[in-house]
Design a protein around this ligand. Structure first.
Ligand code: 8YV
Length: 330
């Protein structure tokens, strides 16, 4: 009986997710404060529930899982799940759902927007108006860089990277190169994208856009050594996870002119503090992790995360699952 199944919802999510679970007959407890729960609050609450609907701000580590190993399912509202210890959840036999593709368009839009904004110093120029520094027309000032015909490098050409590549190809006829764990033959056919070694990606990209997952292999892969191999005219775009780049190294590379500019929707740490030197730089655009923040994407994510729970209790099948191997024994 689903009414006996209690679902804990860890944040204020789009209402459609809660409604879906309630109308499917579940007993739902939704955290109603703006701030995330502390881990102690989360553990205490999760102990009294059967299923957890959560997101990036929830630390589902070995400690949490040790205390909440009774959970039937963890349903993550995000495509990334680096906040969850997947190895431990799998060892405990807990299925972990996620919401792939729901935010591919929204996130690619932000990567594309950051690329344009950075190439024309838009955020900095906006601040110039606000501070009263727009005093006259200056023919030789504020010069940006054009994108037409340039080379777009994608690190992590999956669902979101593909959408970014399509936009860049369509709008600017950019040449697409990429580096991945596995080759993306669809992209090679559809976008004439060329697979290159990591060193080539760094050396050849005019715009380098990051769309990989945060893993032990990708953590701080964009560091001093990597930036040193990039063109001094290049733009670095990150809409994946802040920890994929080393932020002090990025600041140094921008200050030294090792690379030309950066557009970031993700930073390390988040939130970024207002005195961060990146916010003072002309060729830098920073946003507060809004890649998936559209009504369409967040609505779809909430529905998918609810559906993963509903379907699990209905059929022991989770439509979008990170660790499908756990379902074999259910
Ligand atoms: C959101 C994200 O920031 O899907 C992801 O991996 O980073 C974003 O969609 C997050 O899920 C909001 O809670």
């Amino acid at each position: 009986d689903r009414a006996n199944k209690r679902v804990l919802i860890s944040r204020i999510f789009p209402e459609v997710g809660v409604e879906r679970l309630q109308s499917a007959g579940f007993t739902v407890t939704a955290w109603d404060q703006d701030r995330p729960m502390t881990q102690d609050e989360l553990i205490e609450q999760a102990k009294q529930h059967d299923a957890l609907f959560c997101t990036l701000s929830d630390k589902i580590d070995a400690k949490f899982l040790g205390e909440c190993s009774h959970l039937d399912i963890i349903s993550q509202f995000a495509v990334g799940y680096d906040n969850i210890d997947i190895v431990e959840a799998t060892r405990l036999g807990i299925p972990v759902g996620f919401t792939p593709d729901a935010m591919s368009n929204a996130t690619a839009d932000i990567a594309f927007g950051l690329m344009i904004a950075t190439s024309r110093k838009m955020f900095f120029m906006h601040k110039q108006i606000l501070s009263g520094s727009w005093t006259s027309f200056k023919p030789n000032a504020n010069l940006g860089m054009e994108l037409t015909g340039k080379t777009l490098g994608i690190y992590g050409l999956g669902r979101i990277g593909m959408e970014m590549a399509k936009r860049c190809k369509g709008a600017y006829n950019m040449k697409v190169i990429y580096h991945n764990r596995t080759r993306n033959e669809a992209a090679e056919k559809q976008l004439d994208a060329a697979y290159v070694a990591f060193a080539e990606l760094l050396a050849q990209s005019d715009v380098l856009s990051i769309h990989c997952a945060l893993t032990a292999d990708t953590r701080e892969i964009f560091n001093k050594a990597a930036f040193a191999q990039m063109k001094p005219t290049s733009i670095f775009i990150n809409t994946s996870r802040g920890l994929v780049h080393n932020e002090p190294d990025l600041i140094e590379a921008l200050n030294a002119g090792t690379i030309w500019g950066a557009g970031l929707d993700v930073t390390n740490p988040e939130p970024m503090q207002p005195d961060n030197p990146l916010l003072q730089m002309e060729n830098v655009s920073v946003l507060p992790h809004i890649g998936s923040a559209t009504m369409e994407a967040r609505g779809k994510m909430a529905q998918m995360a609810a559906e993963n729970i509903i379907e699990f209790y209905r059929s022991k099948h989770v439509p979008h699952i990170v660790n499908p191997e756990v379902l074999k024994n259910k």
